[in-house]
Every structure is written in structure tokens, then in C-alpha cells.
Design a protein around this ligand. Structure first.
Ligand code: HEM
Ligand code: HEM
Length: 284
């Protein structure tokens, strides 16, 4: 493929020229694994932070569904939660969440642009562009979120596998494309979601009251978008989790079990999410 500058004849040259997950340069990951990128190139750092933020977001998704279940218990339960959620400590955690979303989302765009071959050779430039855009958005978001509390102040390449594998992370090219497609959709859906729940209403932290949540989700267009968001984020999150689990070196049987487990978890998550928003919409 013409867009790469890989010297033909070198081991792995053909695979590297394929579109898809981006193979890293270098001599291989440290023994301690992807979570210890010390002494490695910036792309490896980006990969590690991308993975940590991705896993953090999966954790947040389930925490979030748990917290949202309080809405089922009615207005006074939600008000109690809002009191806690609008304290400075919790608003700071929201800023941390915003950092995770911005890093993961912008790095995801970079990975996708390089891996699909749209911008194959500018990953460093893309990394720094993402850093500048992300920092600006984070500062603006943090000022907005914390300002409501009336406070005065307040990339890619991947580890080169030691054993040669067809694609890094043990993930198939098809799964990678689905991760990219759902990631691209999330870029829009998550931005809409964050703005709707943090930057529209006037309350502290921008958080919606019980009635405002019901009104919001009672709108059929919003309802449809939120359902689509639920399916997309669950698919992306569990594909991501699959890639991290596959990296642990399970055999074929282990991988089949992982797939079955993730399908069950995914279907249960979507079913519960539909029940949750369906119940709330019926109260609107
Ligand atoms: C903001 C929009 C998002 C975009 C553009 C995006 C994009 C991506 C891309 C392109 C990858 C593949 C990275 C690679 O192959 O190196 C990825 C991986 C991943 N994503 Fe996202 N993502 C987004 C949001 C999310 C959310 C909301 C979650 C969790 C609920 C999540 C969880 C994960 C996980 C766990 C991985 C696997 C990381 C790995 O294999 O190292 N992502 N994402
Ligand atoms: C701190 C920022 C956030 C706030 C204040 C917030 C608030 C809410 C609220 C009030 C709802 C219920 C009404 C609705 O369906 O729109 C909701 C639903 C939802 N949120 Fe968030 N959200 C935040 C961040 C996130 C993030 C980062 C994700 C993805 C990892 C996410 C994923 C979802 C999903 C999938 C639903 C639909 C649940 C369902 O269908 O049952 N939210 N959010």
C-alpha cells in the first residue's frame, strides 16, 4: 500500500502495510506489560493511557447505570444524590471523567485516522494536536463545571508483541474496525450526552433535577438517541474489554469463554438500560 513508508522485505512489512490496528515500532513491551510504559516512546505511553482511560470508562459506565437506578426510586432519592454530586469533591471527579473522555476520544481519533490509512504518517503531529485541543477543552470544561460550585479558582503505535502475532492485542481486524466505527459514533453521542447533562441547565454542576431528567428522556427523539447511545457504548466498551482480556494470553477455549461471557454481559446491560430509560420515559 502506497501510504506507508515500510521497507519491503523486512519481517512483518506486509502486515504493517495493511489497514487496521497499528503495529508499533521498537523492540517490544517491557516484561511488566502495557501498564508500565516507562522508557518507551510517546506512542506507547498514549496506548497505555488510552487503555487505562478506556477501562476507567467501562467502570464508570456500570457505576453510572447503578447511580441512575436511584431515579427509579423517585425524586427524593435523586435529590439526595444531587446534594452529594454537587459537592466540590464530586465535581472534581467529573473533571477527571472529562479528562478520561477527552484523552480517550481524541487519542481514539488519532488511532483511527492512522490505522484506517486516512492520515498514515502524522501520528506524532496528531498526538500534539490532540493534546492542545484536549487541554483547551479540559480547562474550559473544568472552569464551567467548578464555576457552578461558586469556587474562586480552582496516539498510535502499540507495543510490539514479543511473539509475533497477526495483530497486536490479539484482536481481530474485524473487531478493531467495529471498535473504530462505534468509537466514531460515540464521539458524537458522548458529546451530546455530556453537554445535555452538564452544560445546558443552570443548576450547580449543570446536573439535571429529577423532573428535568424525566422531561428530557420523555422526548421521543432524545429517547431514541439515548437508546442508540446505550447500545453503541456497550458494544464499544465490551469490544475494548475483550481486546484487553485477549491480551492476557488465553488459549482458544479461554477466548471462546470470554466471548460468551461478554455477549451475556452485553445483552444484560442493554436489557437493563432499556428497562431503566423505558421506566423513566413512562413517568414523563
Ligand atoms: C469518546 C469517544 C470514543 C472514541 C473516539 C473511542 C475510540 C477508541 C478506539 C479507536 C479504540 C481502539 C484503540 C486501539 O486500537 O489502540 C478504543 C479502545 C477502547 N475503548 Fe474507546 N472510544 C471512545 C469512547 C469510549 C468509551 C465511552 C468507553 C467505555 C465505556 C471506551 C472503552 C474502550 C476500551 C476499554 C478500549 C480498549 C483499549 C485497548 O485495547 O487498549 N471507549 N476506543
Ligand atoms: C458526569 C457526566 C454525566 C452525567 C451528569 C450523566 C447523566 C445521565 C443521566 C441523568 C441519564 C439518564 C437520562 C438519560 O438517559 O439521558 C444518563 C443516561 C445515560 N448515560 Fe450518562 N451522564 C454522564 C456521563 C456519561 C458517560 C461518560 C457515559 C458513557 C460511559 C454515559 C452513559 C450513559 C448511558 C449509556 C445512558 C443511558 C442509560 C440507559 O439507556 O438506561 N453517561 N446519564
Amino acid at each position: 500500500m502506497s501510504q506507508t513508508s515500510i521497507t519491503p522485505g523486512l519481517p512483518g512489512a506486509e502486515e504493517r502495510a495493511e489497514r487496521g490496528p497499528v503495529l508499533r515500532k521498537g523492540i517490544g513491551p517491557p516484561q511488566s506489560g502495557w501498564f508500565d510504559p516507562r522508557g518507551r516512546a510517546i506512542g506507547t505511553w498514549a496506548f497505555s493511557v488510552n487503555r487505562i482511560t478506556g477501562l476507567g470508562l467501562v467502570f464508570y459506565l456500570y457505576l453510572h447505570l447503578g447511580v441512575l437506578s436511584m431515579l427509579l426510586a423517585g425524586e427524593s432519592m435523586w435529590n439526595d444524590f444531587l446534594k452529594l454530586a454537587t459537592t466540590v469533591v464530586f465535581l472534581l471527579l467529573d473533571v477527571l471523567l472529562l479528562f478520561g473522555i477527552l484523552f480517550h476520544g481524541l487519542n481514539g481519533v488519532r488511532v483511527a485516522l492512522v490505522g484506517t490509512g486516512i492520515v498514515p504518517q502524522r501520528q506524532r503531529a496528531l498526538f500534539w494536536a490532540g493534546t492542545v485541543i484536549g487541554t483547551l477543552l479540559l480547562v474550559a470544561g473544568a472552569i464551567h463545571i467548578l464555576g457552578r460550585a461558586e469556587m474562586a479558582t480552582v496516539a498510535p503505535t502499540r507495543p510490539r508483541p514479543t511473539k509475533r502475532r497477526p495483530v497486536p492485542g490479539g484482536k481481530s481486524v474485524r473487531a478493531w474496525w467495529w471498535t473504530v466505527i462505534t468509537g466514531a459514533a460515540l464521539l458524537l453521542l458522548l458529546v451530546v450526552h455530556m453537554i445535555a447533562h452538564h452544560f445546558v441547565v443552570e443548576e450547580v454542576g449543570g446536573l439535571r433535577t429529577y423532573q428535568q431528567v424525566l422531561e428530557y428522556i420523555g422526548n421521543p427523539v432524545i429517547f431514541t438517541i439515548e437508546c442508540f447511545f446505550l447500545v453503541t457504548v456497550t458494544t464499544h466498551a465490551l469490544l475494548g474489554l475483550r481486546s484487553v482480556l485477549y491480551d492476557m494470553g488465553f488459549g482458544a477455549r479461554g477466548k471462546r469463554r470470554i466471548d460468551v461471557g461478554l455477549w451475556v454481559l452485553g445483552l444484560a446491560t442493554v436489557a437493563y438500560g432499556f428497562f431503566l430509560v423505558g421506566t423513566l420515559a413512562s413517568r414523563a
